[in-house]
Design a protein around this ligand. Structure first.
Ligand SMILES: Nc1ncnc2c1ncn2[C@@H]1O[C@H](COP(=O)(O)OP(=O)(O)OP(=O)(O)O)[C@@H](O)[C@H]1O
Ligand SMILES: O=c1ccn([C@@H]2O[C@H](COP(=O)(O)O)[C@@H](O)[C@H]2O)c(=O)[nH]1
Length: 360
């Protein structure tokens, strides 16, 4: 394990991420940790589960741990920290949810000083006592401590010893509080929002089959939750593939969509794909049912179109080497077109349409 000397959050030379998951007994920590593991690639280490496994293993500490758990008391820090360290080393992962620990200030100090690890943040499940009591009494997992007498003791220890740990991290702005009284699915929506906003990482998706796509210039367009990619925009032979984000699957692009992809393209609000046939100066839209492209409007101005953005019923097409943008209002009947020139001495390098662009 790392030490607190000069490395932080290092374990055997690798950087580790630790999130403490705290909350009262029965607040739903274990339930949500299972969801997080499935969605965000963490390893779940429940301190309580590790202690219970230690009892079962017949270790010399087993009897002491068992009586502490029965009384709802906190097992000495060195025992729990050792079990956590070992589990981290054995896991092979570098991202851990440590559930139900630290339970008091001494646990926290021991963990930080022994491992040199500080949590990325603390996920705190806030739940009223009556709700937690109801959940524990109906948990039905054969736990010796899920009886009213021990539950009351656990609540007392939680209030007196565990909440100060939450307060400590709160002062460090590390607490992410969750309303845990909601239905489990709704709680997970809130949990997801926290993880999505804090884990700024690229997630790997399934690979495109090797050789399917040559590494030429690629157009990639988001459309109905899919990503449509072609490797050449113009009139020449090209390859196309479609990735479904929901299924995490790549598939072939339909023949008509691919063969008609003859210039810059853009999806209007992810719904309708438009393109400009750069050699003919024709705006077309894609019809999924017929797998064909339908002419919308034609203009010499659009010949040689290079880039396009679409939003709010309008297309902005970069033409003439960036010296003009042709705006096409495809919602008007018939479609309207006008030219916007960049300031004198400037050329358009890229075009994006911000959400506030309106149709009026
Ligand atoms: N949001 C929820 N609404 C209703 N029941 C829930 C909810 N979340 C979990 N439960 C149920 O409540 C019980 C306790 O949940 P869980 O074991 O996840 O809590 P915990 O915080 O890990 O408890 P402990 O600290 O005692 O280990 C379980 O039976 C679980 O199925
Ligand atoms: O860090 C810890 C975690 C747990 N305990 C003891 O185990 C029981 C059950 O814990 P759960 O988190 O509910 O599974 C708890 O009441 C403590 O007695 C501990 O001492 N230290």
């Amino acid at each position: 394990m790392g030490t607190a000397v000069d490395t932080q959050n290092m374990e055997n030379g690798r950087k580790v991420t630790v999130i403490f998951v705290l909350g009262g007994p029965g607040s739903g920590k274990g339930t949500q940790c299972a969801n997080i593991v499935q969605n965000f690639g963490f390893t779940h280490l429940s301190a309580g589960d590790l202690l219970r496994a230690e009892i079962k293993s017949g270790s010399e500490n087993g009897t002491m741990i068992q009586s502490m758990i029965k009384e709802g008391k906190i097992v000495p820090s060195e025992v729990t920290v050792k079990l956590l360290q070992l589990a981290m080393q054995e896991s092979g992962n570098d991202k851990f949810l440590i559930d139900g620990f630290p339970r008091n200030e001494e646990n926290r100090e021991t963990f930080e000083s022994v491992t040199g690890i500080e949590p990325e943040f603390v996920l705190f499940f806030d739940c009223p006592e009556e709700e937690m009591e109801k959940r524990l009494l109906t948990r039905n997992q054969g736990r010796e401590d899920d009886n009213l007498e021990t539950i009351k003791k656990r609540f007392k220890v939680y209030m007196e010893s565990s909440l100060p740990v939450v307060a400590y991290y709160s002062l460090k702005d590390k607490v992410r509080k969750i309303d845990a009284a909601k239905q489990a699915e709704a709680v997970f929506e809130d949990v997801k929002a926290i993880f999505n906003s804090t884990t700024e990482e690229w997630e790997k998706v399934s690979s495109l089959r090797v050789g399917r796509f040559s590494r030429e210039t690629t157009d990639a367009i988001g459309w109905h939750g899919r990503l449509c990619m072609v490797n050449v925009k113009g009139d020449t032979a090209k390859q196309g593939a479609i990735y479904s984000a929901e299924q995490d699957l790549w598939g072939d692009m339909k023949e008509g969509m691919l063969s008609g992809w003859r210039g810059p393209a853009a999806a209007m609000d992810e719904e309708m794909i438009y393109l400009v046939d750069e050699s003919k100066g024709v705006v077309r839209k894609y019809n999924e049912e017929t797998d064909g492209w339908v002419d919308v409007v034609e203009s010499d101005r659009l010949r040689g179109a290079q880039q396009m953005a679409a939003r709010g019923g309008r297309l902005c097409v970069v033409c003439k080497d960036g010296s003009e943008i042709v705006v096409v209002d495809v919602m008007a009947s018939p479609p309207q077109m006008w030219v916007v020139e960049p300031p004198q001495g400037f050329n358009v390098a890229a075009v994006h349409v911000l959400p506030r662009m309106s149709r009026t």
